[in-house]
Design a protein around this ligand. Structure first.
Ligand code: UDP
Ligand code: MG
Length: 315
């Protein structure tokens, strides 16, 4: 018998959870003949609705259901980390509660790992149907950019939904960094990964927790976590401007010697000043961004705080 852990991060998912549970139960049923047992590990990421009550109910009804409830909202990255840390399975999968990650794919993923020589089967959306076009556009730009400036490969459209072997999970857990960007971490550890492609599925209930700004910040976090190119870029811009100013100085000296000193060009001077201060502030910002991440990293704060689990809940 082997054990498969399904990790489900939940943040305000009272509407989706019951539907999700019914679906995943069916999938677990279909695995019976493979001699695979299931463990459902729900992470309640500080939900403000009835998510926790639902999880308490499920864990009482079904021994396979475990849950970890955070003391507040720590974000999906923290929830995934908590799930990976507490999963007991020989195989571990991460799945959204909104059924955007089709549980039916799990069988194919399992077969690929057990019958073929893969350590991980990931999924990627080949369409972005149902998403605002502007969001898809920026997402595509982001993937192009990050793949140019980072050595770690990020697959466009890759979901967090994947099945991994215990060995790979342990490798991921060895990276205890505070600023977690899982898409990068999964890719960083290597191992043989097979990608399954599927068409985008819309949420069954509730709504997405990601606003455009949240996604933008997340994208910047990803760049900072997996590339030092922006720092290098600041250096290059600095050098470029030194060269330009050096040439300009020579031009001005020559002009003054040849034609004498004519006061003029104040407006252009102001423009140049503004431009250069802008560049300086930008570069300082880039530096600051890395520094702030280092600052957070050195504090070694816990990635998540647990308030309740199915074991601690006595009532
Ligand atoms: N989620 C979470 N913490 C958060 C935000 C989201 O645990 O702070 C969970 C959420 O409950 C869902 C999954 O992460 O199961 C994906 O979230 P969502 O569906 O909002 O993202 P999208 O699919 O739109 O990218
Ligand atoms: Mg979703």
């Amino acid at each position: 018998m082997s054990l498969l852990t399904v990790i489900v991060p939940c943040y305000n998912e009272e509407e989706s959870l019951p539907i999700f549970y019914e679906e995943i139960k069916k999938v677990a049923e279909s695995f019976k003949k493979e001699k695979v047992e299931f463990e459902f590990l729900f992470i309640n990421d500080g939900s403000m609705d009835k998510t926790l009550e639902i999880l308490r109910g499920l864990s009482k009804k079904d021994k396979r259901v475990r849950y970890i409830s955070f003391s507040r909202n720590f974000g999906k990255e923290a929830a995934m980390y908590a799930g990976l840390e507490n999963a007991k399975g020989d195989y571990v999968t991460l799945m959204d509660a909104d059924l955007q990650d089709p549980p039916a794919l799990l069988k194919e993923m399992y077969d690929l790992i057990t019958k073929e020589d893969y350590d991980c089967v990931g999924t990627r959306r080949v369409t972005r149907k149902g998403e605002p076009p502007i969001r898809s556009f920026f997402a595509r730009c982001f993937y192009k950019l990050i793949n140019k400036i980072s050595k770690t490969e990020m697959v466009d459209g890759a979901r967090d939904y994947r099945l991994m072997t215990r060995q790979m999970v342990n490798s991921i857990l060895e990276m205890k960094e505070y600023n977690r960007y899982s898409k990068g971490l999964f890719s960083f550890v290597g191992y043989k990964t097979k990608w399954l492609e599927y068409e985008n599925v819309e949420r069954v209930a509730g709504e997405t927790k990601w606003s455009f700004w949240k996604l933008l910040i997340y994208a910047l976090d990803g760049i900072i976590a997996f590339s030092t190119m922006p720092l290098m870029l600041s250096v290059l811009i600095g050098i470029l401007f030194c060269v330009i100013s050096f040439i300009a100085i020579i031009v001005i000296i020559v002009k003054t010697i040849v034609w004498g000193d004519a006061v003029g060009g104040w407006p252009s001077m102001v423009c140049i000043l503004f431009f250069l201060s802008g560049i300086q502030l930008f570069c300082m910002g880039v530096l600051g961004a890395y520094l702030s991440k280092t600052y957070l990293e050195t504090k070694k704060r816990p990635i998540y705080i647990v308030k309740e689990t199915e074991k601690s809940n006595k009532n």
